[in-house]
Design a binder for this molecule. Structure first.
Ligand code: SAM
Length: 326
């Protein structure tokens, strides 16, 4: 595996959209970068439209040939962070105007970008790393372009969620991309509780989370509270980079291994092979199960009731009524 290369120093940053008079009105017979039988995709100019271009998540060799062509031939590149993208463009010798389009200005910027697109422009959208629109800016612009009747074209490539899923060893036949959980402990636990109702009794549903290194141990502890310490997980760290690492095992094992480290660094995807609790867990009365959860897992009474309710497919109020009857 190759370490991310040191990139050449930045060239002068170009910001702002190309002036209107510079906008080429793409010819009718233009390519979207797709190789069609009998066509030389390199011969046809790029078709007008909005291109969502995936870029590497670490290893620069993960850029695709098509991504490079689209970036090279677009009129303008809308970037989450122009400086970050400029490094990538410099590395590949691509010189195109860039404009910033991030979480905080995506709406206003979309207006300017749409003006360019309506005039037949070709705009590439990139995020700092990976696939735009996946826990990154891009979705708003794509929707606005579609509403304006503009063609939206994906240029697929690197994505941390899919790369980690396929190498995790967890069941990848059905998965749910969740992205970032709330940073605050209470909201995070509530989000996990809601997610725990999703897997059906027959098959696991692998859940994919993006998580910050300083919260990973806490989040694993929450996962144990919701699905039990034996649930299978994988933590994929620094994918495609020099220090790429997978920690695979039960939630308790992976949490213990990470908690033993002085410091946890890098970017992490956390995957959980979530299942409905085993039928055994729902044997006995709800009161017994609540007591068991309090003593075995140290849960608060309220949390134990919530879990027992979920295990039995009951609402919290139904479980509460059952508890009062017993
Ligand atoms: N759009 C990106 C994608 O397609 O994967 C995701 C961007 S999101 C802002 C950043 C998060 O993705 C990180 O906090 C981490 O959870 C995950 N991530 C990105 N690159 C990664 C890598 N090389 N290794 C592990 N996780 C990564």
């Amino acid at each position: 595996m190759k370490q991310q290369k040191k990139l050449p120093s930045e060239a002068a940053e170009v910001t702002g959209l190309a002036p209107d008079e510079d906008v080429p009105t793409g010819p009718m017979q233009a390519s979207s970068g797709l190789a069609e039988t009998g066509d030389d995709p390199h011969a046809a100019p790029l078709a007008p439209g909005l291109y969502l271009v995936a870029t590497p998540i670490g290893n620069l060799e993960d850029i695709t040939l098509r991504a490079m062509r689209v970036l090279r031939e677009s009129d303008c590149i809308a970037c989450e962070d122009t400086r970050q993208t400029q490094k990538l463009l410099n590395h590949f010798g691509i010189r195109r105007p860039t404009v910033s389009c991030h979480q905080h200005n995506e709406r206003e910027r979309s207006e300017e970008i749409l003006r360019l697109l309506r005039q037949g422009g070709r705009v590439a959208v990139v995020s700092d790393a990976g696939t735009p629109g996946i826990s990154d800016p891009g979705m708003y612009l794509a929707r606005a372009a579609l509403e304006a009747g503009i063609r939206v074209i994906p240029v697929p490539g690197a994505n941390a969620a899919l790369a980690s899923l396929v190498a995790s060893g967890l069941d990848a036949s059905r998965f749910l991309f969740v992205g970032f959980l709330p940073a605050k402990a209470g909201a995070r636990r509530a989000a996990l509780e809601r997610l725990s109702a999703l897997p059906d009794a027959e098959e696991p549903l692998t859940m994919v989370f993006y998580e910050a290194p300083h919260r990973i141990v806490e989040t694993l502890a929450d996962i144990e509270r919701v699905w039990g310490g034996a649930v299978r997980v994988a933590a994929a760290r620094e994918l495609t980079k020099w220090h790429e690492e997978f920690l695979r095992g039960t939630a308790a094992e992976v949490r213990t291994a990470l908690a033993a480290r002085d410091r946890i660094r890098g970017e992490i995807v956390l995957l959980v092979e979530a299942r409905r609790p085993a039928p055994d867990a729902s044997k006995g009365s709800i009161a017994q199960r609540v007591e068991e959860l309090i003593s075995s897992e140290g849960l608060e009474r309220k949390e134990a009731l919530k879990r027992a309710a979920r295990e039995r497919g009951l609402s919290r109020s139904e479980a509460y009524r059952e508890l009062q009857r017993s």
